[in-house]
Design a protein around this ligand. Structure first.
Ligand code: SF4
Length: 357
């Protein structure tokens, strides 16, 4: 019991909302979804911002909204166009869930997101955090929106030693947020916390001298400000060797669509095998597809990190004798790759080669 009381920390020295909101209104970044925070805008931006830096996500957001300005447009979007709009953002299950949810919203809610935390959480791809962000920022409802930034800020404010990756710590953090959140400014309060975590209370290097909550924070002036939060290390990723062959004929490259399940489902890729092949075996595999290499150059190696797997890619670029595309493949030139075929960021190095960069 005593141990728990110690590790749960101690509360800040007063309510945080007045100083936090005053700071937010002076320092908040101007962002396209903040200028017009409809529930749809907040939803799309929050999904894009999971695992993606703000500066990288904003151009995607603008392009997405231009192409798909409504939930209905998202629900009706052809799969390849949606994949093209998401190309390079990664974590493609987010994109698929967006469309699944858009279809449910059109079917069950007349194309408008439901103004209810509980109903939002029932939609595909919308978890506690995203539902809280849409409810509070998009609808102005009192709700917590606890992301990594908020967990870090609160663990330092409370000088809390508990592991923030546990469900119990997240639940406790949400309760602490609600105890501090002014109901009339729920969305601004949540955004202010995220902004403080993104600009001031940074991982490893908090700028406590510039923090509006310095006078209230239990970690201020102690080494714990930089050390916290406590977070269990992630399990190691499984390493998967991958052999890539950029097969080219008459300026076009061989592409195939990945299967419907698993990593990068439904997206396009160059010829590859998820195993390490030596040169004679790779050439024999090409032969089995009816392709005859005329030259054979090593490709630069590349690495890509998925949540649980690391791909280590190497292989060859080769010109092959003109031949019809094997079953399940297409020949695609640079312009078609640019316009039509969504190649995930895992193939960034090889995509650049195919585009002649
Ligand atoms: Fe974070 Fe430092 Fe502010 Fe505390 S005083 S909330 S540790 S930036």
């Amino acid at each position: 019991m005593e141990q728990n009381e110690q590790t749960a920390g101690c509360p800040p020295r007063g309510p945080i909302a007045p100083a936090l909101l005053a700071w937010f209104y002076r320092h908040r970044r101007s962002l396209p979804f903040r200028e017009d925070p409809t529930p749809y805008h907040i939803w799309i931006s929050e999904i894009m911002l999971q695992q993606t830096r703000m500066s990288a996500a904003v151009p995607y957001y603008l392009r997405f909204m231009e192409a798909l300005p409504t939930v209905q447009a998202l629900a009706d979007c052809p799969e390849d166009q949606l994949a093209k709009l998401w190309e390079g953002l990664g974590y493609y299950s987010r994109m698929r869930n967006l469309q699944k949810a858009a279809r449910v919203i059109c079917r069950q809610y007349g194309g408008q997101l439901p103004a209810s935390l509980e109903e939002l959480k029932k939609l595909p791809g919308i978890g506690e955090y995203t539902a809280g962000a849409i409810a509070s920022i998009g609808f102005g409802l009192p709700a917590p929106a606890v992301d990594g930034n908020v967990l870090r800020v609160f663990s330092r404010l409370w000088r809390d030693e508990r592991d923030i990756s546990t469900p119990a710590a997240k639940k406790e953090c949400a309760a602490r947020v609600m105890a501090q959140q002014p109901p009339e400014s729920a969305g601004d309060f949540n955004q202010a916390l995220m902004e403080l975590g993104g600009l001031v209370c940074l991982p490893g290097t908090p700028d406590c001298a510039a923090c509006p909550l310095a006078g209230l924070c239990s970690s201020f002036g102690t080494p714990d400000a930089a050390r916290l939060p406590v977070k269990a290390p992630r399990p190691q990723r499984r390493v998967c060797p991958v052999t890539v062959v950029l097969a080219e004929s008459r300026g076009k490259f061989l592409l195939s669509r990945r299967g419907k399940g698993g990593l990068l489902a439904g997206l396009w890729q160059p010829l590859l095998w998820e195993e390490k092949l030596d040169s004679p075996v790779a050439r024999a595999r090409l032969g089995a597809l009816g392709l005859e290499p005329e030259d054979w150059q090593p490709l630069p190696s590349a690495r890509h990190l998925f949540t649980h797997v690391e791909w280590r890619m190497e292989g060859w670029q080769c010109r092959v004798k003109p031949a019809p595309a094997p079953e399940g493949f297409v020949w695609a030139g640079p312009e078609e790759i640019r316009q039509e075929y969504a190649l995930p960021g895992a193939f960034k190095v090889y995509r650049a080669r195919m585009l002649g960069r």
